[in-house]
Write a protein that binds this ligand. Structure first.
Ligand code: ZN
Length: 272
């Protein structure tokens, strides 16, 4: 039976306290927010961390501390970012893989990102995929554009990513493909059959719409401050848990069950 999975992207790299004063920043705040999101129904934590001044970092020790704090509270699946933030080297971005999380994001192509750009050449993608394969970490193949699906396909063809596949369709990043239901459905048709996928709509409206689309197309959903800081138009979200609670409620109203972290471990065949 279809169960949807809720990922909570607690903090991200770009959002600041100016955007939403409720943004968790320190390891303690991130762990508390992740735990509350998990209690509300999130099975996966998508994890970025910050320096004390709030700037994004891939520092191994800050990741380690944050993961330890989360682990003291709950056993939710942890997916670390290897996207990091604009301008970071691949070596920097890959640092948290050393902690051998169950999952990690793997950006599948280069693109404009607002006024900047994010660089993911095929050799860089291969290096990240190889590291994840070696450490038995399940990648989320993040696709911000249609060509990224073909980029992911290239990694699969080369045997660098093995099934079950999990895609993340990141829609509505400024510079990437815009969100609409038709585009999401088209992306879904372009990935291998039996793949799992998560819809990630960036911005308040797209995030909410992507939740409904994910449910109607049999996908997973992602919420959290990384993707959206609003609860409704002009109204800031109070917490990540509040956004998870709404996703749970919508899924419930559609008669859709929510997967637990252990369900995710089984579906995505995670190393436990
Ligand atoms: Zn992220």
């Amino acid at each position: 039976m279809y169960r949807t999975v809720i990922t909570c992207a607690i903090t991200g790299a770009e959002v600041t306290r100016k955007d939403n004063p409720n943004l968790p920043v320190t390891p303690e705040e991130i762990a508390d927010s992740a735990f509350a999101a998990h209690q509300a129904g999130a099975a996966i934590l998508h994890l970025h961390v910050r320096e004390e001044d709030g700037s994004p970092t891939q520092d191994l020790n800050i990741f380690k501390k944050t993961i330890e704090l989360v682990r003291r509270k709950c056993d939710m699946v942890i997916e670390v970012t290897t996207g990091g933030a604009v301008g970071m080297t691949l070596e920097e971005r890959m640092q948290p893989l050393q902690l051998e999380p169950e999952m990690a994001s793997l950006d599948c192509g280069t693109m404009n990102f607002g006024d900047d750009c994010i660089i993911n050449t095929l050799p860089m993608m291969r290096e990240a995929a190889r590291a994840m394969q070696r450490l038995n970490i399940r990648p989320t193949l993040e696709c911000f554009d249609l060509s990224h699906i073909d980029g992911a396909g290239q990694l699969i063809k080369e045997g660098l990513v093995r099934p079950p596949f999990h895609y993340g369709f990141v829609l509505n990043v400024p510079g990437g493909v815009r969100y609409d239901a038709v585009t999401l459905e088209f992306f879904r048709r372009r990935i291998p059959a039996d793949s799992y996928w998560t819809a990630m709509g960036i911005g308040g409206k797209a995030n909410l719409m992507a939740i409904y689309s994910a449910i109607s197309l049999g996908g997973f959903m992602r919420v959290g401050f990384e993707d959206n800081v609003y609860y409704s138009r002009g109204v800031l979200a109070e917490s990540n848990a509040q956004l998870v609670e709404r996703a749970v409620r919508i899924a419930g109203e559609c008669g859709c069950q929510i997967a637990s972290s252990d369900d995710v471990r089984q579906m995505l065949q995670l190393r436990s």
